[in-house]
Design a protein around this ligand. Sequence first.
Ligand code: SAH
Ligand code: SF4
Length: 376
Amino acid sequence: MKFTPARPPLTGETLATLTERLRAHGEPAFRAKQILDWLYKKRARSWDEMTNLPKPLRTWLADTFELMPAALVLNKQSEDVTDKLLLELGDGALIETVIIRAPQEGVGVEHSRKTICISTQVGCAMGCVFCASGLAGLKRDLNAGEIVAQLLQVCYREDVRTPRARMELASFDNIVVMGMGEPLANYDALIRALTILNADWGLGFGARRITISTSGLVPKILKLAEEPLGFRLAISLHGVTDEVREKIMPVNKAYPLAKLVPAIREFTAKHGRMVTLEFILIEDVNDALTQAEKLRDLARDLHAHVNLIPYNTVAGLPWKRPSLTRQERFADVLRAARVSVTLRREKGHDIDAACGQLRLRTEKERETTGAAISAA
Ligand code: SAH
Ligand code: SF4
């Protein structure tokens, strides 16, 4: 299950670890900063572009590190404003990275809010019954370099779209760790990757614009509350009673609401910021108004924001999204109590944007045809 690449990815090195590697090789410390500048600021895509490094050092680097551990194999643009990148890793595993452009009222797409959604595992072990990512279980954790590489691939992609002005990652509004996998089950790689993402020698992206979404791993939520960088937290709640939640989320057996809710409270107290409660609306599973009332009370108690997400159907699974009227009635219960609530309009439904679905379909196609996917 563990994948050890022949050469570790450069994208997984921090300034400290790279300086140490170089020092051990007899190189001066300033080289580490030069190399990371080439990678993150100048976005070099080959060692040979790093022209201020001596040739023997470039040769050593090429023998020692993988420059980019994730290759773009497919870029699917939906009819709305979602872009989906399918990336292939060193062992052939596939992961997804999604760019979501949400237009603002009355302005063009160029002024839309832009969010990048990244993956942290290949598959997922949590077994939520509605989710495509978890259908085949967990294949493996991503390493930090593979997590960071997703963001570089987004930058490369944006460079192609705007060839004259390099698009900076900072021009995106948010990064959400809501792609494939349970991020807190891959804690160390996640924190290392987000540290690189945040650092000024790295991609320089503000911690407060990074949201980690979890299905509710209580001990790791408490650990995250202690991290010095203030990342935001979203909880995939999807049920406000144990009865409803444990039917669809097996994690609720180990960490029922009586444990999860105090952990959210503690995170909010330590971190001083609103947590988001995500609630997928699934017909006849969790969309009763009694759930809405309990969700309203919980959100008020926790001083949390609520994000209602109409369920995206997954081929082969029986779950459905409720009618628009039913979605609105659910949301109205929260609105009436002035709970901060958004009812997400769907994005990218037409390109299988829901968690893990593009990968699932591509893998199925590979199995049936044995074919490699052509580069986009
Ligand atoms: N494992 C983490 C993060 C990845 S899932 C978590 O569960 O929070 C990101 C979000 O997508 C979660 O809220 C998850 O419940 C939701 N999701 C999964 N499948 C979905 C589907 N078919 N339709 C809508 N949302 C879905
Ligand atoms: Fe894993 Fe999140 Fe999907 Fe649950 S919803 S199976 S935790 S990716």
